[in-house]
Design a protein around this ligand. Structure first.
Ligand code: HEM
Length: 176
């Protein structure tokens, strides 16, 4: 008997995951709108998703890092640097958020007080992350539009690769 299960569409999974992280990040930039409890828990959830995502694609990251100094296009290098900066900004905003946490950390018995320096760093890293995410979306815009179109209208053919895929070491190593 033929199996009726349909293969998982990786582009759809990638697109939905990216969209969910993007919306959650936008919400995280407005704590006065969401309230502090949602701000902290949502941001921590986004951080957990980002760490899982990086661990799942670790071999890809190592491969692309090695190729950075080899024969790759400048577009791929810019894309790589932008992602690295985004990761740094995101790590700082999460770390400083934990340092000034008023809801999540006190629940675990950790209360570090409201240091002005952490708060200023938190704001600064958050602003930097917003700018970097804007650039990131702009750089991947063609992939976003073409993948959305193909998934919505099922016009056939393969969606174009992401700019980051173009920087991959070899095709079979791209595990995303
Ligand atoms: C995606 C990550 C995050 C972003 C983009 C972000 C962004 C922001 C922004 C824009 C503010 C407002 C600053 C202001 O009032 O001028 C803020 C405040 C704050 N954030 Fe975050 N944040 C993130 C993660 C976190 C995390 C993980 C925590 C704690 C677990 C946290 C705790 C706080 C606290 C306690 C405040 C101060 C609220 C107040 O006293 O008005 N944040 N954050």
């Amino acid at each position: 008997m033929a199996s009726t299960t349909r293969p998982v569409n990786r582009n759809l999974v990638n697109l939905l995951l990216d969209a969910a992280v993007f919306v959650a990040f936008l919400a995280a930039t407005a704590p006065r709108f969401t309230g502090l409890a949602i701000h902290e828990w949502l941001s921590l959830a986004v951080a957990a998703v980002v760490v899982t995502h990086l661990l799942l694609h670790w071999s890809w990251i190592v491969g692309v890092t090695r190729r950075f100094f080899g024969r790759v296009t400048w577009g791929s290098r810019v894309n790589y640097l932008l992602n690295a900066l985004l990761f740094v900004a995101f790590t700082i905003v999460t770390f400083t958020g934990v340092m000034i946490s008023e809801v999540a950390m006190p629940l675990f018995g950790v209360q570090l007080g409201h240091d002005r320096l952490w708060m200023q760093l938190h704001r600064l890293a958050s602003d930097a992350a917003v700018i970097l995410i804007g650039l990131h979306v702009a750089l991947h815009w063609r992939w976003i539009v073409s993948t959305t179109r193909k998934l919505l209208f099922r016009a056939g053919g393969r969606p174009s690769p992401r700019p980051s895929d173009l920087a991959a070491p070899v095709a079979h190593e791209v595990n995303r």
